[in-house]
Design a protein around this ligand. Structure first.
Ligand code: GUN
Ligand code: FE
Length: 451
């Protein structure tokens, strides 16, 4: 039986195109969108089914339907160290907190407990699509894939690969990394769940030998698989990569065939112009992780510069570099950073330099553009925009039912733009009263807890 939602429907069609229907409708059947727009009666007249069989959900003036959020870069195991070591730079934080924690995922019971919680938490916060890093451990990475499938999230999951420059207790051989990746891809494909996909995951150039990077590039090519990694996050890290590979960070990946149109690279804080051009030529997307970039003192990423250079950009919490599993604070931090950058530029404090846009013409990121990054931008980065990220006939119904009335009683009716703005600036998971993936309601009971 089709369901039709009637009320405010909003989404984006591109970075600069926001679309909304104030008295709109969105009809869903078998998990797919079969109608969306403003003229419900005209749509209904063209349908063959008996209108009395439709289930109608009438939204209130304080509610709207939005596409689900995409967290295109999140480390599932690191949920267990959420909010710790936030004064450290990347490499110290990895050695002090992250590697000892990730090594514990050899224990399947521990892994099951953490992975169950992180998937519950991300769904509660409206993440309908996630790209997860797991750990080096194959068995527990499969536990994550099974947990994602059980809870009904759409996700890409990667067995992390690291064979060098890592602590003795958390490193694998090249053969283990290669065989583990092959086995993981086969096991995920065997789940035969269209929502769950494998993603080839070299941790970062620093922890993978040239040989391993090349073998992983080859695996991704043979299986037509997605690829994810980190790029140009931290100045010290970039220098070490240059010392080892004798070339730029992007070239190190490109030599291994790892830059493809199904590749996402997280951070990209300090990319050189030539690296941006290379990523663009390969169709590789970047994932902006503003909370993490601030927490781990990585730097200010000029997201407008990335967009202006033709790169597809999504948003990532980068938990636990990021201090929230929710994309909402990530949107806010992206907006805040863009404003700070504008202040610096206008105050003539240079050094963040955009090659093709003089500082005085810098445009602050708008909340609608940030909303795009958090929805369709992420889906596009992951080459899944034909399925999710916005509302169109034929796409899956991956959506949030948002209610802003629980924040306070508005003294007047809010416009559609104001509903979204208010949600972004003051909302949290309690305002997301329904989460749907491929038409199935997946949100557990709302709990009030800090994000
Ligand atoms: N670079 C390599 N590993 C990591 C990680 O776990 N988090 C972040 N933020 N950067 C990384
Ligand atoms: Fe990361």
């Amino acid at each position: 039986m089709p369901t039709v939602y009637r009320g405010t429907i909003l989404h984006t069609k591109s970075f600069n195109e926001f679309e909304s229907f104030e008295k709109g409708f969105l009809a869903v059947d078998n998990g797919k969108i079969i109608g969306v727009g403003s003229n419900y009666d005209q749509w209904l007249a063209k349908q063959k089914f008996d209108a009395t069989t439709l289930k109608v959900v009438q939204l209130t003036d304080c509610q709207f339907l939005s596409p689900g959020f995409c967290d295109a870069h999140i480390h599932a195991p690191q949920y267990a160290q959420y909010g710790l070591g936030m004064n450290m730079p990347l490499l110290d934080w990895l050695n002090t907190y992250t590697f000892p924690l990730e090594a514990k995922f050899e224990d399947p019971e521990f892994a099951t407990q953490v992975y169950k919680s992180v998937v519950e938490a991300t769904l509660r916060c409206g993440t309908t699509l996630a790209s997860y890093f797991a750990t080096n451990n194959l068995e527990s990475t499969l536990i994550l894939a099974e947990e994602v499938a059980r809870q009904g999230q759409r996700a890409l999951i990667g067995k992390v690969c690291s064979n060098c420059n890592s602590p003795d207790y958390y490193v694998e051989t090249t053969d283990e990394a290669v065989a583990g990746t092959e086995q993981f891809i086969a096991a995920v494909r065997k789940l035969n769940n269209p929502l769950v996909l494998p993603i080839v995951t070299p941790r970062f150039a620093l922890s993978c030998s040239k040989e391993l990077l090349a073998q992983l590039g080859n695996i991704a090519y043979r299986h037509d698989a997605h690829i994810q990694s980190h790029i140009s996050e931290n100045i010290q890290e970039i220098q070490v990569v240059k010392d080892i590979f004798k070339k730029s960070y992007a070239e190190a990946y490109d030599d291994a065939g790892l830059l493809t149109s199904k590749t996402i690279m997280a951070h990209a804080v300090h990319l050189e112009d030539s690296e941006m051009a290379l990523l663009r030529a390969r169709g590789t997307a970047v994932i902006h992780c503003p909370t993490s970039n601030t927490n781990l003192n990585s730097g200010i990423c000029d997201v407008q510069r990335l967009v202006n250079n033709g790169l597809t950009v999504g948003l990532g919490t980068d938990v636990a570099g990021g201090n929230s599993v929710s994309i909402l604070p990530c949107i806010l931090r992206a907006l805040e950073i863009s404003k700070h950058l504008d202040f610096f530029k206008k105050q003539n404090i240079r050094g963040t330099g955009s090659a093709n846009i003089p500082d005085e013409y810098y445009q602050q990121l708008t909340y609608k553009q940030a909303f795009y990054l958090a929805t369709l931008g992420g889906a596009k980065a992951l080459s899944l925009d034909h399925i999710t990220g916005s509302f169109a006939v034929g796409k899956d119904f991956d959506a949030l039912l948002v209610d802003v009335s629980v924040m306070e009683m508005p003294h007047r009716k809010l416009s559609v733009d104001e509903l979204l703005e208010k949600f972004i600036y003051t909302g949290d998971d309690r305002n997301i009263i329904g989460v749907y993936v491929a038409g199935k309601r997946v949100k557990r009971a709302t709990r009030c807890q800090p994000q």
